[in-house]
Design a binder for this molecule. Structure first.
Ligand SMILES: *Cc1c(COP(=O)(O)O)cnc(C)c1O
Length: 361
């Protein structure tokens, strides 16, 4: 009957669930459901955003050269090998669109970030889910899952929502062990939370089969502006630029992101605050009988005795105005992902989880 149909695979995409931001009837809600920087962006980024409001009638740059230069200088990378997107989500999308289609397989891990599956399906490709080992990426399982049809392997390192990562030796082993027709995508959305970690940039420089993605949405506190970037071999970057919309980033986004990356003092301060509060929160939760794996990110994956206990705790936190993230969609039904907020938010969460656990006794 109905002749108007979407492309195969599109119907299998479950709509992305964003982190909740409101609770009916509860005021002073604290949002800890989307891994946002509780301190917001650098003042320099806000200034740059304001200044460019006078130029909104002008089209933005289409080659993003000032932002790519700023990123390149900050991270000591070649600006010609950088591509910018509307969030790293867009980079992930472009990679799938350019490198995977009907009949091709795209590997992601069982607790891997949701966009890998969504973008693979949107491109008409088949997502392939690979197991992890105790919530940590399993390189051997990924290598074993590769077939003639595999085109892409997506790994977030550290991963969301587990917060765990694998070391450089493991990543190198993965890059070296992949069949020659497979591109490895290292998603470094949380790389900035680890001091001195290059997110895999070194590997990109020494190989032709690795691309790294990064974002301004997490440590840089610019999630609302949508700015991400990729760093890869020139051939891959050139390919992605063919599918990229010429004006995919707005001028305020470009200006604010460049100012943010130039304000490393602020980024360092945010990292230090986050890491201190994160480690405090993880210990406080453990003392209440809620363990978590050591997190290298700006969130904690809190483990409960069962799915029903995790859901009951989520309901209780909500009643207290604390919004965290259920992660059943990531095959982690007995866990809650809690973003690291400011100090008072962390104290409130730890206190509320303690109250919840005490109420169970
Ligand atoms: C948040 C996140 C992203 C996407 O961020 P953008 O806002 O689209 O830049 C990508 N990967 C992982 C693992 C994330 O957690």
């Amino acid at each position: 009957m109905d002749k108007i149909k979407p492309q195969p695979g599109i119907d299998q995409i479950e709509l992305y669930q964003g982190g909740a931001a409101h609770v009916d009837g509860v005021r002073n809600v604290i949002k800890l459901s989307s891994n946002e920087n509780p301190n917001g962006p650098s003042e320099a980024a806000i200034d740059a955003f304001r200044k460019i409001s006078h130029e909104l009638h002008l089209y933005p740059s289409s080659d993003h050269s000032s932002l790519r230069q700023a990123i390149g200088e900050q991270f000591k990378l070649k600006a010609d090998n950088i591509i910018c997107g509307a969030g790293s989500d867009e980079i992930i999308n472009m990679i799938c669109q350019a490198y995977a289609g009907p009949g091709d397989e795209v590997i992601h891990t069982v607790h891997g970030f949701a966009m890998y599956r969504i973008s693979a399906l949107a491109a008409g490709a088949s997502p392939v889910e690979v197991k992890e080992r105790n919530r940590i990426t399993d390189v051997d399982a990924i290598l074993a899952a590769c077939t003639d049809r595999t085109r892409l392997v997506f790994i977030a390192n550290p991963n969301n929502p587990t917060g765990t990562m694998i070391d450089e030796g493991q990543i190198t082993r993965l890059a070296e062990g992949l069949p020659k027709h497979v591109l490895l995508v290292l998603d470094g959305a949380y790389a900035e939370y680890i001091e001195g970690f290059d997110g895999g940039a070194g590997l990109v420089e020494n190989r032709t089969n690795v691309i790294m993605t990064r974002t301004f949405s997490k440590l840089y506190g610019l999630g609302g502006l949508r700015v991400g970037w990729g760093y890869g071999p020139r051939a891959v970057i050139d390919t992605l630029n063919r599918v990229r919309g010429p004006f995919n980033l707005s001028s305020p986004a470009l200006a604010a992101a460049a100012a943010a990356v130039n304000d490393q003092d602020y980024a360092d301060k945010c990292r230090r605050n986050n890491n201190r509060l994160r480690d405090w929160l993880s210990i406080a939760l453990a003392e209440h009988g809620v363990p978590s794996d050591p997190s290298l990110t700006n969130f904690i994956l809190a483990r409960f005795a069962s799915q029903s206990q995790a859901e009951a705790c989520d309901d209780y936190l909500k009643s207290q105005g604390l919004l965290v993230r259920r992660v059943a969609g990531y095959n982690l039904a007995d866990c809650l992902r809690i973003s690291v907020g400011d100090e008072s938010a962390c104290r409130r969460v730890a206190h509320a989880v303690g109250q919840f656990k005490a109420g169970l006794k």
